[in-house]
Each structure stands twice: as structure tokens, then as C-alpha cells.
Design a protein around this ligand. Structure first.
Ligand SMILES: Nc1nc2c(c(=O)[nH]1)N[C@H]1C(S)=C(S)[C@@H](COP(=O)(O)OP(=O)(O)OC[C@H]3O[C@@H](n4cnc5c(=O)[nH]c(N)nc54)[C@H](O)[C@@H]3O)O[C@H]1N2
Ligand SMILES: Nc1nc2c(c(=O)[nH]1)N[C@H]1C(S)=C(S)[C@@H](COP(=O)(O)OP(=O)(O)OC[C@H]3O[C@@H](n4cnc5c(=O)[nH]c(N)nc54)[C@H](O)[C@@H]3O)O[C@H]1N2
Ligand SMILES: [Mo]
Length: 727
């Protein structure tokens, strides 16, 4: 096992050259990465018209391992025709995510029918006929449509439109398993669903608080901005139950100073218990008020309910806050002091905040803290949900949600004369449950791995397995294709973003719309996503005065529709000619007027939950990603930054290993009411707060209950109580 003592750095650069050889040479990979396409991995918004490896502020070269993994995956040779007869479904079910991913690019539509031993290649026509004949025999509300966040705005918009014209609002995206709590929470607190800051603001702040995230591994380009905060003399506070190496030290390949000397990232690191965020955030807020560092005029002028909120903070007890967060009053007061001294603070967060039953309240609590000192609605300060998939935000903006924004709904009906269903659409987990109880009979997925991303993996397999038709538009094979087998399972091969014949657009987490030029197809076979969707639309809905599906194969026609109906998106019309990428109007808040009806922000009190999992053999367990995987696709067994060489591990504090009478690396059975994993190693990991454990997603999904945040419908992927016993 290689050991590293910083994130990024030479290990990342060595990796680049290794992957370049796999992709057919450094030059070939470099050219692919430099093409004018938005980066395929996280939502920081690299690339686009500035060319790959350039961020929204023009900084170059911004490389990260993930984008290289994604690119080399798309540059693989094709899965050959004999693959499907050589490998049975039973074989494929034994394969690891990595084996499936690296078996090549999908180039032919394939079909599996119930009971068959193998998938077989079929023609596009047969695939469409099968989908058409089954879906036309159903009532539209017996189907659901799930979208990952990799596809373009154009594909997302068109498919949600097709699903609605066909007759259902059962349209949702991976956000329900990701940042939904951020959207819901921000809307309640501030009347917006997205970041209130731009990348430029990040270059102006003097304090960045990163809560419940590991951007060193998952959003490496954000580290550039964080080192700048430090170099300006600012503070970087990390709140995370795990001391993540990359958040402590990082070397940024584009920055010679950090490569030579190691950039220190966090100036301050605090480790609450898993699920302790409401307590620690309230404690910081309480201490801010106790030292009179809050901005009373701002609260009274620009927020609702300031007095009752301050009263609520006042009556919280320090001992309760300490017990429920696992952080001392002294530390909470220390953070409050740092915050009190800041002139411009930005609050960033990811899944450690959203993957809880109180995910929305976690986001409200961050907004409360920001509002307390007037840190939203001014330059260099505000809220920064750090998004996952490269276009997950855009997919949501253009209408891939069960309920359309009224502007989009009305706009579509008025401008384009289409008529849309008004039934209530289901969220992702509701769709899984309806599939399990037989109410839903067919599903169409635009990318993603709905099986692999679900809690309670056994339940997910059963639910999808009960469907009559399960269709995915995919670039490569994943575990869902092998395990979620309906009466008929169809995989339709599609082009990646940088192979599209026409330009497409994507939206970054900073509300910046990028244009991707597309490029030549690497392999014969896969079709453009919008071409496949238009064909589905034509078959399921048919042409009418309102919509001609052949026109909808033109990205420019789709963008015209988007420009007319999606709020803030007017500038997208003609972007293929103007090439002008743009910031969506009305999203960045640089003055304290909020998107709520009365323009005021809302301060929220909430109940502070007890910590679960306190029995002798229990731990609170988080399921997380390593830097060697992208969601359900595991590229490497090792987790370089956490120093682990394998994934069948429960990472736990040495004190807990001792307390439970175990030996380090002893084989254990990890179980709860949902499932069990036996033979895992109890690995000593002193970077985690005692009482808590870490396991890798997606393998650990057999242990994750289907418990949702009632407000956002997001599963509590980070708060799983498990019992640990010798195997
Ligand atoms: N390399 C890589 N990059 C990715 C992805 C990937 O799979 N691989 N996925 C992309 C996607 S879709 C997303 S959503 C993002 C995810 O990015 P992250 O949210 O950073 O990823 P996770 O691995 O889910 O880790 C969450 C972090 O939250 C911490 N945490 C867990 N529970 C708690 C808690 O209760 N409180 C607090 N304060 N912290 C907690 C964990 O210790 C961990 O450091 O990354 C994106 N980028
Ligand atoms: N236990 C646990 N579960 C989790 C999480 C966790 O932290 N813990 N995280 C959750 C989160 S944050 C998320 S976002 C979800 C992820 O959920 P998903 O987005 O559903 O899953 P991915 O693994 O990102 O999907 C990968 C697949 O997308 C396809 N693909 C890649 N590029 C393209 C493209 O350009 N077009 C098309 N059509 N397909 C493409 C490939 O076939 C690839 O196999 O998982 C969630 N599940
Ligand atoms: Mo995500």
C-alpha cells in the first residue's frame, strides 16, 4: 500500500500519466481533456468554452483524478458483440463495479428477458418497439422516469417533457439521494434553491466553513480556492467527524508553491459525532449571540422572526449541546470567536449535512448561522452547497422534478400550446416503494445506477425486479444492469457529452451555464441522448401541432423552449452561435433581498436530536466514497487518502475496537434490522471520532435503512446504526 501524507500532489500527477497510457497516450488524453466541453465529474464547472481544465475564473490547469478517470472510461474500446454470449448474467452479477465499468463502452442496444441466462444484442428498432408496446399498454402513472446528473440540460428537459406529455409527473433525479435537502432548506430559509455565491465571492471571503464534506477528494478543484483563503490570511474551518487527510494538507497540481511545500488547508478542525451538526451549529450561534457578535439591525430589517429565534437560542443548554454534538462548549465558543472576527464568511457543505433525517434542518441551521451575522446577501459571503454530479443542478433547473415550477408549467402551456398532467408526481424513494408494491410497472432511466445508489440494496433489487420494463440509457455497464432485472431489461447505448454531434449545455454549482461543443463519436453505435429521447417521444406521444419530435432532435430548438420557460435561462437561446456562457440571473445574492415572498430571510428553530447507537456493541455508521470511485463506479480498491488498501472494512476508532473486545483487523459481522455484511475487517482508524464508524458506499447499502428525511425525502445514508460482533 502506498502511503501519502497529503492530498493531490505527485500521486495525482503520476496517476495522470498511468491513465494516459491506458487511454492511448498522453497527448490523446490531454487533447480530450482540453476539448471545449464541461468537465464530466463534479459540479464545480470546469471547461466549457474556456477549454477543459479551466475554471470559471480562467485558472489553468485545473486537473483532477476524477475527470481523468471519467475521460479514460469514455475512451475505452467497445464491448464486442461476442461479450454477451460469453458472459452470462450470473457471471456479471459476480463482477465488481470496476470489472463492469472496464468491460468497455456499450455500443449496441441489449435486452434481457426474465429467465434468460444471457443478455443479447438487439436492433434499435426492436428496442423501441418493445418499450413502445409495453408503455402504451400502461396507464402513464404506472411508469417512472429517473435521471442522473450527468446528462445535458437539453436531454433532461426533453425527457421530462416527453414523460409529461405521455402523461405522468413521476419524474425525478438523483438529487433526491443527494442535495435535495439543500434545495428544500435553502428555499425555506432564503427563497432560493442554489448557491448564493459565485466562484469570485470565494476569492473574496476571509472565512470558509466546510461542513460535512470531503472536497479534497470529491471536489479537488475547490482546494485551489481554499488555499487562496489561507494565503490571504483567512481561516478555513472544517467540521467533520473524520479528520480527512486532504482537508488538512493538499498539493495542487496547478500551483507550484503547494506542490513544493504542501498547502495546509484547514486552519481549524472540529470533530462532532455523526448527526451532531444541529447541536454544534446551534452552539456556535448561541456563542455568537452571547458575545454580542450578531448583527441585530440586519436580523430585524432583513429576517423574519428574529426575536423569537434569539430567545430560542438563549434557552438552549450548553450541556445538552455538548452531549448531542460531542464537541466541547470551549470549542463551540472558539469557532464563534473565529466567525465573529470574519468580515466575509462562506459556508460550504455536502453529504455529511444532507444525508440525515434532519437534513433540511441541518441546512436551515447553516443558514441561521450565516444570517446571524448578515453573511448572506453581500459580496464575498453566503451559502455554497457543493454539488455532486456535473449537471445535477441544471437537470433540476430545466424541470426534472415531480412538480414543475409554475413558471415552467405555465410557460410550456402558454408559449408552446402543450397540455401537461396535474397529478402529483412521486419522489425517487416513493417510486421504488411503488415498484415494490406493484403499482409501478415500467421505468426509464437517463444514466445513473438507480439500483446501486439505493438504500436497502436487497429491497431495491426486488423493487426493480418486479417491473415489467426497465430501460436505461447508459455509456458503460454498472451493477444495476446486472442485478436489477425486470421482465424485460433494456440498455440503450448513448454518446458521452464530448461525443455529441451538437453542442449541449450544463449548469455549475455556481449557477454558471457552460456550453459543451461535443465532438466526433469515438465508436460507431451509441446514439445521442436527445435523438433517443425524441424517438421515444414520437412513439409514445406522437407529433401534434404543439410538438414535432423531429424538430426536437435539434439542440437549438430545445434551448429555444428552455429560454422561454426556465427562469433565468433567457440567455441560452442562440448560445450555440453567441458562445456566450452566462451566470443565471437572480441566483447570486449580493444584496440582502431574498427570494421569499416578502423578500426577508427566515430564521428557524428546530428540535436537536439525540444521538442514536449508544449500546455497547453499536456504532453510528456513515457510508461514504473513497477518492478512487465515482459514486457506484469503483475505479480502485484502495482509498489513498484514508490509507486503506481494500474496501471490505469498518473503519473504527481504536478505542471502540478495544471497548468491544476486538482485535484490529479481526473479521466481524456488521448488522442491523436491514441486513448484514459478514467477514468485514474491524480496521483501526484513529482519524474518526470514537463512537462512529465509516464504511464504503455502494457495498454498505445492504445496511442502509429506507428511513427518509420527511421534508426532502433524502435517505439517511450517513446515520446508520450498526451492531458489530466477531464473525
Ligand atoms: N472522487 C469522487 N468525487 C465525487 C463523487 C465520488 O463518488 N467520487 N461523487 C460526487 C457526488 S454525486 C457527490 S454528492 C459529492 C459528495 O461529496 P461528499 O459529500 O464530500 O462525499 P461523501 O463521501 O458522501 O462524504 C461526506 C463527508 O461527510 C462527512 N460526514 C459524514 N457524516 C457526517 C455528519 O453527520 N456530520 C458532518 N459534519 N460530516 C459528516 C464524512 O466524514 C465525509 O468526509 O462528490 C462528488 N464528487
Ligand atoms: N450508501 C450511500 N448511497 C448513496 C450515497 C452515499 O453517500 N451513500 N450517495 C448518493 C448520491 S450523493 C448520489 S448522487 C447517488 C448516485 O446515483 P447515480 O447518479 O444514479 O449513480 P452513478 O453511479 O453516478 O451512475 C453511474 C452510471 O452513469 C452512466 N453514465 C455515465 N456517464 C453518462 C452519460 O454521459 N450519459 C448517460 N446516459 N449515462 C452516463 C454510466 O452507465 C455509469 O455506470 O447515489 C446515492 N447513494
Ligand atoms: Mo450526489
Amino acid at each position: 500500500m502506498r502511503k501519502v501524507n497529503n492530498g493531490g500532489g505527485w500521486a495525482a500527477i503520476r496517476y495522470t500519466f498511468k491513465k494516459a497510457r491506458e487511454a492511448g497516450g498522453t497527448w490523446k488524453l490531454f487533447k480530450a481533456l482540453r476539448s471545449k466541453n464541461a468537465c464530466k465529474t463534479c459540479a464545480l464547472g470546469m471547461g466549457g468554452q474556456a477549454g477543459g481544465m479551466v475554471n470559471e475564473r480562467g485558472s489553468f490547469p485545473e486537473v483532477c483524478k476524477k475527470s481523468i478517470q471519467a475521460m479514460t472510461s469514455d475512451m475505452q474500446p467497445a464491448i464486442t458483440a461476442d461479450f454477451w454470449s460469453r458472459h452470462s448474467v450470473a457471471d456479471l452479477q459476480q463482477w465488481s463495479p470496476r470489472q463492469l465499468e472496464t468491460s468497455g463502452r456499450l455500443i449496441q442496444p441489449v435486452l434481457h428477458t426474465r429467465g434468460a441466462t444471457h443478455f443479447k444484442a438487439i436492433t434499435w428498432n426492436e428496442a423501441f418497439e418493445r418499450i413502445e408496446s409495453h408503455l402504451k399498454s400502461l396507464s402513464p402513472d404506472e411508469t417512472f422516469w429517473y435521471f442522473s446528473g450527468r446528462s445535458s440540460n437539453e436531454a433532461g428537459f426533453l425527457l421530462q417533457l416527453a414523460a409529461r406529455l405521455y402523461g405522468t409527473n413521476n419524474v425525478n433525479n438523483c438529487s433526491y439521494y443527494c442535495h435535495q435537502a439543500s434545495g428544500v432548506g435553502l428555499n425555506q430559509s432564503l427563497g432560493t434553491g442554489t448557491a448564493t455565491v459565485t466562484l469570485d465571492d470565494l476569492e473574496k471571503c476571509d472565512l470558509a466553513m466546510i461542513i460535512g464534506g470531503n472536497p479534497a477528494s470529491n471536489h479537488p478543484r475547490l482546494m485551489t480556492s481554499l488555499t487562496h483563503v489561507r494565503r490571504r490570511g483567512g481561516k478555513v474551518i472544517v467540521i467533520n467527524p473524520v479528520r480527512e487527510l486532504g482537508m488538512v494538507r493538499f498539493r495542487i497540481p496547478s500551483d507550484w508553491r503547494s506542490m513544493l511545500f504542501n498547502a495546509n488547508i484547514a486552519t481549524h478542525y472540529y470533530q462532532p459525532h455523526i448527526g451532531g451538526d444541529l447541536a454544534i451549529l446551534s452552539g456556535i450561534a448561541k456563542a455568537v449571540v452571547e458575545r454580542s457578535a450578531h448583527d441585530l439591525p440586519f436580523l430585524q430589517q432583513h429576517c423574519r422572526d428574529a426575536d423569537s429565534f434569539l430567545e430560542w437560542l438563549g434557552q438552549l443548554s450548553w450541556s445538552e449541546l455538548e452531549a448531542k454534538s460531542g464537541v466541547s462548549e470551549r470549542d463551540m465558543r472558539e469557532i464563534a470567536e473565529l466567525y465573529a472576527n470574519s468580515k466575509a464568511a462562506i459556508f460550504g457543505w455536502t453529504m455529511g449535512i444532507t444525508h440525515h433525517v434532519h437534513g433540511v434542518e441541518n441546512v436551515n441551521a447553516i443558514a441561521n448561522l450565516a444570517l446571524l451575522r448578515g453573511m448572506v446577501g453581500r459580496e464575498g459571503a453566503g451559502m455554497m452547497p457543493i454539488r455532486g454530479h456535473s449537471n445535477v443542478q441544471g437537470i433540476g433547473s430545466v424541470g426534472v422534478t415531480p412538480k414543475l415550477k409554475s413558471a415552467i408549467f405555465d410557460g410550456l402551456q402558454q408559449h408552446f400550446g402543450v397540455s401537461l398532467p396535474t397529478t402529483t408526481g412521486l419522489d425517487t424513494m416513493a417510486c421504488m416503494e411503488a415498484a415494490h408494491n406493484g403499482r409501478l410497472k415500467a421505468a426509464v432511466c437517463l444514466g445513473g445506477n438507480l439500483f446501486g445508489s439505493n438504500p436497502d440494496a436487497n429491497y431495491a433489487r426486488e423493487a426493480l425486479g418486479k417491473l415489467g420494463t426497465f430501460v436505461t440509457l447508459s455509456t458503460t455497464l454498472n451493477t444495476g444492469h446486472a442485478h436489477a432485472l425486470a421482465d424485460q431489461t433494456l440498455i440503450l447505448p448513448v454518446l458521452a457529452r464530448d461525443e455529441e454531434p451538437q453542442p449541449t449545455t450544463q449548469e455549475s454549482m455556481f449557477n454558471y451555464v457552460r456550453m459543451s461543443d461535443g465532438g466526433p463519436a469515438r465508436l460507431p453505435g451509441p446514439r445521442s441522448e436527445i435523438q433517443v429521447i425524441a424517438e421515444l417521444g414520437k412513439r409514445l406521444v406522437g407529433d401534434s401541432d404543439a410538438i414535432r419530435w423531429a424538430d426536437m432532435e435539434q439542440g437549438s430548438t430545445i434551448r429555444h423552449w428552455i429560454s422561454k420557460v426556465v427562469p433565468g435561462y433567457a440567455a441560452i437561446d442562440n448560445i450555440d452561435k453567441t458562445k456566450k456562457e452566462f451566470l443565471i440571473e437572480g441566483r447570486a445574492y449580493h444584496s440582502p433581498r431574498f427570494g421569499t415572498p416578502d423578500g426577508k430571510a427566515v430564521l428557524f428553530p428546530y428540535a436537536i436530536p439525540d444521538l442514536a447507537g449508544n449500546d455497547q456493541n453499536q456504532l453510528r455508521m456513515m457510508t461514504v466514497r473513497s477518492e478512487g470511485q465515482f459514486n457506484t463506479v469503483v475505479y480502485e480498491e484502495e482509498d489513498l487518502y484514508r490509507g486503506q488498501e481494500r474496501r471490505d472494512l469498518v473503519l473504527m476508532h481504536p478505542d471502540d475496537i478495544r471497548r468491544m473486545g476486538l482485535q484490529p483487523d479481526q473479521r466481524v459481522r456488521v448488522s442491523n434490522e436491514v441486513g448484514e455484511l459478514s467477514g468485514y475487517l474491524a480496521r483501526a482508524f484513529d482519524s474518526i471520532k470514537p463512537g462512529n464508524a465509516l464504511m464504503y458506499y455502494p457495498e454498505a447499502n445492504v445496511l442502509v435503512p429506507r428511513t427518509l428525511d420527511p421534508q426532502s425525502k433524502t435517505p439517511a445514508f450517513k446515520a446508520v446504526v450498526v451492531t458489530i460482533e466477531p464473525a
